[in-house]
Each structure stands twice: as C-alpha cells, then as structure tokens.
Design a protein around this ligand. Structure first.
Ligand SMILES: Cc1cc2nc3c(=O)[nH]c(=O)nc-3n(C[C@H](O)[C@H](O)[C@H](O)COP(=O)(O)OP(=O)(O)OC[C@H]3O[C@@H](n4cnc5c(N)ncnc54)[C@H](O)[C@@H]3O)c2cc1C
Length: 414
C-alpha cells in the first residue's frame, strides 16, 4: 500500500516517520526546495510552545540523544528546522523517499470524478492519481493513501473587506507583504518607512511590535495598525501558561491603548480600496459608520490569516465545513469547543479526520481550516491515529494500485 504524503512540514515529516515504522512504502512531495518551506518563511519568529511540545515521540526516538526534547525554552522556527526537521528529513530512510521541488497540483481517483460512486464504497477500488509538477514537467503518480499535509501558510487571505480582494489589491500584489516580516533581521527594508499593517492575530501583533521596536531607534519609521474590530483590545487568555504568547498580547494591548508614538491605531476600519501612488500605496479605509479615509504608506503588510488550498482535492469527495473550510467532522468538533485555550486540546480521534473519500486524510494545520488554534502536538497525534487505522485496515483490505484495479463504473461527464 503506497502512501503519498503531500508536504514536508513538521506533520508531513512525522507522517513519513510513521509510514517507515509501519513498513508502508511512501513518497513525500514537497514544493519547496528544502523541507519545511513554510516554517522557514516565518523562521525568525519564536514559537509560543516549548521544545518539549514541538517534537513527536517518533522524532525523539529517531534523533536520540542531544535532541532538545524536554527543554522549556521556546525555539524560533529556524531553530526548529535546524535542530529537528532537517535532521529528520536527512535520515536515510526518509531522504530516499523525499521529492523536493515537487508541487502536488491535484489529486483524483483513476477513472472517477467527484460525483461518481457516491456512497457505494467502490471509490477505494480506484487508486489515487497524484498530479505533480517538478523541474522536468508534469506527470501523474499512483497512490493508495493520500495524506494532505500542505499547511495553510502559502495561501494567505486577501486584504479587502469581507475577505475578498479590495479593488486594486490584485494589481498591487507585489507591493503587499503577506508574511510576517523579519524586521529585526532586515531593518534596512523597514527603517524610515511608513507601514500599514492589517490584521489582529498573533502574526499582526508580532509585526506591529517589531516595527514599534525598530521605530524607537530609527527616526521616521511609523506603523498604522488597521483592525477590523472596533474593540481596540486583544482579549488575553486568563493565566496564559504560554509566557511568550502572554507577553506578545500584553505588548500589543499597550500599543492599542495608545502607548506608542510610533504606531497609529485604526480599530474598526476595513480596507476598501488600494491605489498606486507613485512609490507609495494609497489605502482607502472605511469604518462601521461608512466614513472613508485614505492613508498613504511606503509598504503594506497584510496578515489576515490563511487557509489551505482546496484545489488539490477538488475531484475528491471531501466534506468541507461551510464556515472554516476544514474537514467537516473535525470542524464541527472544533466549533463545539470554540473559545477554549488551544493548549487544552488533544486530537479528536481518527473518525473526525475521515471524509466520504476513503483513505484521503487532511492532517496538520490544514485540517483546522480557518481555525487558528492548531498546535504541532495535535498534528503529531493525528498522524499516530491515522497510522493505527491504516495498519488495522490493511490487515484485511488488498492494495489497489495494480492496473487491473482501475476499471471504473458509474462515471459522469465532467
Ligand atoms: C508564525 C507562526 C507561529 C506558530 N507558532 C506555533 C507554536 O508556537 N506552537 C505550535 O504548536 N504551532 C505553532 N504554529 C502553528 C503550526 O504548528 C505551524 O503552522 C506548523 O508549521 C504546521 O505544520 P504543518 O506540517 O501542518 O504545515 P506547514 O508547516 O505549513 O507545512 C506544509 C508543507 O507543505 C508544502 N506544500 C504546500 N503546498 C504544497 C503542494 N501543493 N505540493 C507539495 N508541497 C506543498 C509547504 O512548502 C510546506 O513545507 C505557528 C504557525 C505560524 C504561522
């Protein structure tokens, strides 16, 4: 039974370890030129969770002595990559099955489209077709199980009101930074500039506090912080056990309360339109009363969240939540728990990871859809649960990648 693992982030790599341990042949497809491309993209940011929560038991076992397994310190993304994720990827049994620079474009079933074999159970008799694109072009590879661990970070939400692009936004795409900027690492890009930051989550809080710190020593640096909510305050988690997170929220709230001369706060405003203004960007904002105002800035940083790419599984029978875009059963469970501290979470069992599409699983941050409370620890638990299920089910079910297993029935015309 061949397993296609899409994405070599922390969860895809852990799934590869689990596949190897269980004796399943597997291939890991990673679009980046190196593993953990998304974690590298925010590598300068310090995680809220300590080393002890950021490795799976499988990683600890394979990396052995010297791995920072129990420390209470919080690593940066780069430290996590250098000390754990790259060494895991370099293990010979993983490296041999890892395809870097290989993007998964789409996944389907041989001979079937989405609307075929609804509820008959016959889809599992048709192997998956994984369309990949690498330096040599495009081709299709078969698989019996697909684990979609492609994350969300590569698919940021637009900046405009209501989550759609503001008029002019797409034309100015190259002038909008959609990743958490490394302000301390590349101060020359930000010093002396005016920057408009859109968003209220931890990423926006990080960007604003970093810009504020730079502004204290670099004359002319100024941030305008645009938040959708008029509250003008981030609700802290009571007695937050993650001190890095508590510190960030406290600093952000000081700024929101007017504590920095280098940051102007516009709470209760949304982005209505973007226009080029020579070297600057003109941002038209609107508030709840319908009043409009414009701000001219050197740079725009849009950190309005992200959600995984649904195009990969468009031809599969994946039941998505209408509100979060995560797989329905998991999303319903998470919505039922809404408001709780993400630290209290555990995985919710393999049943909530299942969709009508047999043997297709969305794991890791992508499985949480728009819900931003995902923790690595939960993803590692998901991996364990799926592999327990696969091991149990393969004891009785034959593999399907042979050419004789592809005869399709009940096709539509799509
Ligand atoms: C700034 C930030 C801080 C965070 N801090 C914490 C924290 O403190 N503690 C914690 O537990 N969690 C934290 N998280 C949440 C979460 O743990 C991380 O987002 C984590 O990286 C998710 O791992 P993943 O493997 O699911 O996805 P990702 O790390 O996003 O990995 C997905 C991989 O898939 C690849 N990929 C994407 N599309 C394709 C494709 N089509 N084909 C092939 N490959 C593809 C990407 O290049 C990437 O390597 C944080 C997230 C962010 C953004």
């Amino acid at each position: 039974m061949h397993i296609a693992i899409l994405g070599a982030g922390p969860i895809g790599l852990d799934a590869a370890l689990a596949a190897h341990e269980a004796g399943f042949p597997f291939t890991v497809y990673e679009s980046g030129r190196e593993v953990a491309a998304n974690v590298r993209a925010w590598g300068h940011v310090r995680l809220f969770t300590p080393w002890s929560m950021n490795l799976s038991a499988r990683m600890r076992n394979r990396l052995g002595v010297g791995t920072p397994t129990t420390s209470d310190e919080c690593p940066t993304g780069v430290e996590l990559v250098q000390q754990v994720l790259s060494p895991v990827a370099a293990l010979p049994d993983l490296a041999a099955n890892l395809r870097l620079g290989t993007e998964v474009v789409a996944v389907s079933r041989a001979g079937l489209v989405k609307s075929d074999e609804i509820g008959t159970g016959a889809r599992s008799n048709h192997p998956f077709r994984v369309l990949i694109r690498d330096a040599h072009g495009e081709r299709v590879e078969p698989a019996d199980v697909v684990l979609d661990c492609t994350g969300t970070y590569g698919h940021p939400n637009p900046t405009g009101d209501g989550g759609i692009p503001a008029p002019g936004e797409r034309g100015l795409a190259d002038r909008i930074e959609r990743r958490i900027p490394d302000v301390a690492g590349s101060p020359e890009l930000w010093a002396g500039r005016s920057v408009l930051v859109v968003g209220a989550g931890h990423s926006a809080q990080t960007a604003v506090t970093d810009l504020q710190a730079l502004a204290a020593s670099s004359a002319g640096t100024h941030a305008t912080w645009v938040l959708r909510s008029p509250a003008g305050r981030i609700e802290p988690i009571e007695n937050d056990p993650l001190s890095e997170r508590a510190r960030l929220t406290a600093r952000a709230n000081e700024i929101l309360a007017g504590g920095s001369p280098h940051v102007s706060v516009l709470a209760g405003w949304v982005v209505d339109e973007l226009r080029p203004g020579g070297d600057a960007v003109v941002v038209i904002l609107r508030n709840g009363a319908g009043r409009r105002r414009s701000v001219e800035v050197d740079r725009v940083v849009s950190l309005t969240g992200s959600v995984g790419d649904p195009a990969i599984y468009r031809q599969l029978q994946v039941h998505e939540c209408w509100a979060t875009s995560g797989p329905m059963k998991l999303a319903a469970t998470l919505l039922g728990e809404a408001g709780g501290d993400c630290l209290q979470q555990t995985s919710h069992g393999v049943a909530v990871l299942e969709s009508p599409e047999p043997r297709f699983y969305m794991l890791g941050s992508k499985s949480y859809g728009r819900n931003n409370t995902f923790l690595l620890r939960v993803g590692y638990e998901q991996v364990g649960e799926v592999f327990d299920e696969l091991k149990a089910s393969t004891a009785s079910v034959p593999a399907t990648t042979s050419a004789t297993a592809t005869g399709a029935t009940g096709r539509g015309d799509e």
